[in-house]
Design a protein around this ligand. Structure first.
Ligand SMILES: Nc1ncnc2c1ncn2[C@@H]1O[C@H](COP(=O)(O)OP(=O)(O)OP(=O)(O)O)[C@@H](O)[C@H]1O
Length: 268
């Protein structure tokens, strides 16, 4: 991997991975992942389908633990804590490291209850109305919904539903928000709204986003990791990180030909 992320290292990093290999059963899905994710920045994962972007993303909040065949070797640190150590509680990990998925998935409940759900589950004892309002404001949804908090979350537009999912993620006061293609089901206007939102959210949170949209990575992220996938002699396709750097370097002056080809749309 080519990496010129020294400047990432001068800022505090939230995750640090060392030689991580990720398997589903015997299948090596992604190999040799060694990266650092900078705090209060947006890091984008880009690359062709099947190169392991979502697999790596889901390791950061131990979501892959729910898949029986999943295992990894190597080390993955979260604020210098071994994320996969025996005494780490995956539920607590997922509270600190939230996730927003490709398809907006609000609960079939009111807008208010969608946002209040996580804090209630965690026994939040403070002012719930204030927390709901603050979370909806952080997700740039408050003005759209402040007069209909009792309406169903599922009745909002797709873009609003995705911002509701972001409000739901921030309501439990996480440290990191992982986003797996959060705009792929949204129209261009809603997409731009979410991208603008990322710039606000990164002041409080660390964000890692998987995206197929190259313009989105170049517009909205500070760092970009370009993943690729290669087949071994048996035809098994394993993903790896080709290059990881500040986003403007990945897009304007990449070190690897494969990155250049991908970001300029001349791939494959
Ligand atoms: N639950 C699973 N069980 C077995 N193999 C899986 C599982 N999830 C993903 N894989 C495999 O791991 C590899 C990486 O998949 P992953 O979804 O992480 O790639 P991706 O880069 O996010 O792809 P896309 O851009 O198409 O979403 C693929 O070969 C995929 O088939």
């Amino acid at each position: 991997m080519t990496s010129r992320t020294q400047d990432a290292r001068t800022t505090e990093s939230v995750f640090r991975t060392q030689d991580v290999n990720i398997y589903y059963g015997n299948f090596l899905a992604v190999r040799d992942v060694s990266i650092e994710i900078a705090k209060n920045a947006v890091t984008a994962f880009i690359g062709p389908s099947g190169c392991g972007k979502s697999t790596v993303l889901r390791c950061f909040n131990r979501l892959n633990d729910l898949i029986k065949s999943f295992h990894l070797d190597g080390k993955m640190y979260y604020h210098d804590q071994d994320l996969y150590a025996k005494d780490i509680d995956p539920v607590e990990v997922r509270r600190r490291i939230g996730m927003v998925f490709q398809k907006p998935n609000p609960f079939p409940k009111s807008i208010y209850d969608n946002v209040a759900f996580g804090p209630r589950l965690l026994g939040f004892k403070g002012d719930m109305d204030e927390l709901v309002e603050r979370s909806l404001k952080q997700a740039a949804l408050w003005d759209d919904v402040k007069d209909k908090l009792k309406a169903y979350g599922t009745d909002l537009s797709g873009g609003q539903q995705q911002r509701l999912c972001i409000a739901r993620a921030v309501a439990v006061q996480p440290d990191v928000i992982l986003m797996d293609e959060p705009c792929s089901a949204l129209d261009p206007i809603s997409t731009l709204k979410v991208e603008d939102l990322l710039q606000e959210l990164k002041e409080k949170y660390t964000i890692v986003i998987v995206t197929h949209n190259m313009q989105q990575a170049s517009r909205a992220s500070d760092y970009t990791a370009f993943f690729n996938v290669e087949a071994n002699a048996k035809g098994h396709r394993t993903g790896y990180i080709v290059e990881y750097d500040r986003t403007e370097r990945i897009f304007q002056n990449p070190q690897e030909q494969a990155t250049q080809a991908y970001v300029s749309g001349r791939f494959g």
